[in-house]
Design a protein around this ligand. Structure first.
Ligand code: UT7
Length: 319
């Protein structure tokens, strides 16, 4: 028994917000600085009160429609998010309620920007074990809520959005290989080091990052885990039709492609229009490239993520 993606959907809230819009809102920055260092030109930001489960709901409805399934057909719902609606219940349970599904296994995965590849790998293992047959896997984030808008080195980098896939049991392999890693020794270079205690926020509830340390770490592990995942599937990186890395920074994408000796025209890029949407970035990019028909049935697509924890991983798929 294998698992296979049978439906894909995504959702971006509101209008695109440009770099110049951010400067006009009083952030001491410029389109020139942001676009030359990161490739980011636009991002979408959720309205006040619009939550991860709201964005997840729209993306999930589109993925279910693509798969030709009703929410009641699902027996597993996994949401990857670092910006959950509540401390508990999980965003997956809130999404389940909004979808009108009763009884499916539902839980969140917290692996920051690797969250979607973690969640997809978990769904693959549930399905291959025979315990579940129809999973909804979602990456959904409202990172705008955890940004310090007075810290120009971080607030210009992120955006909000959601992407979802339906994964079903199949006799034909669709998820060909997976590889996941973490090393908590690096927790300090990217974190939101706050918590709630006794009704008060303790520590620092905003995203903090050592950008240069993250940059170097990301480039190294994205190339390594891509090669590991290809080896596990018995192919070489040159056999990949499309690479969909976590969309953090165009320079990280370019450096990863270079290390893997892949031309940039095999790399799906959305960071210019979405910014870094953490766990949502990979399924958002996958959905875009499937909808515009760059990705075709039978092609090999390598999805990969890297993020706080540190966590990193890759999933090789065929649609
Ligand atoms: O999912 C993983 C998420 N993380 C990432 O993708 C981050 C990876 N790292 C990066 O992409 C880069 O490190 C950044 C884009 C975050 C920063 O680029 P950098 O080349 O490492 O810049 P820097 O932090 O060394 O800052 C250089 C200068 C500083 O000014 P001074 O001290 O040289 O006068 C900053 O104050 O740029 C200044 N600066 C800005 N200027 C205009 C920092 N942020 C901004 C800004 N606009 N938004």
């Amino acid at each position: 028994m294998f698992s296979r993606i049978t439906g894909i959907g995504s959702f971006l809230p509101g209008e695109a917000v440009s770099n110049d819009d951010l400067a006009r809102r009083g952030i001491e920055t410029s389109d020139q600085w942001i676009s030359s260092r990161t490739g980011i030109r636009f991002r979408h930001l959720a309205e006040n009160g619009e939550t991860s489960s709201d964005l997840a709901l729209e993306a999930s409805r589109r993925a279910l429609a693509g798969a030709g399934l009703a929410a009641s057909d699902l027996d597993l719902i996994i949401v990857a998010t670092s910006t959950p609606d509540y401390i508990f219940p999980s965003t997956a349970c809130l999404l389940q309620s909004k979808l009108g599904n009763h009884g499916a296994t539902a839980f969140d995965v917290q692996a920051v920007c690797s969250g979607f590849v973690y969640a997809l790998t978990i769904a693959d293992k549930f399905i291959r074990s025979g315990s579940h047959r129809r999973a909804l896997v979602v990456g959904s984030e409202v990172f705008s809520r955890i940004l310090d808008w007075s810290d120009r080195a971080t607030c210009v980098l992120f955006g909000d959005g959601a992407g979802a896939v339906v994964v079903e049991a199949s006799e034909q392999p669709g998820i060909l290989a997976t590889a996941l890693h973490a090393d908590g020794a690096h927790h300090g270079i990217l974190s939101v080091p706050g918590s709630v205690c006794g009704g008060q926020v303790t520590g620092d509830p905003f995203l903090r990052m050592d950008g240069q340390a993250v940059f170097k770490f990301a480039v190294r592990v994205l190339a390594e885990v891509a090669e590991e995942c290809c080896r596990a599937a018995g192919i070489s990186p040159a056999d990949i039709d499309w690479l969909i890395p976590h969309q953090a920074n165009i320079r990280i994408l370019e450096a990863t492609a270079k290390r893997m000796k892949l031309p940039m025209d095999k790399v799906i890029v959305t960071v210019d229009r979405h910014g870094n949407t953490s766990a949502a970035s990979v399924p958002l990019a996958l959905d875009e490239a499937v909808r515009d028909r760059r990705i075709q049935a039978g092609q090999k697509i390598l999805l990969e993520g890297v993020g706080g924890g540190f966590t990193w991983g890759a999933v090789l798929i065929e649609l």
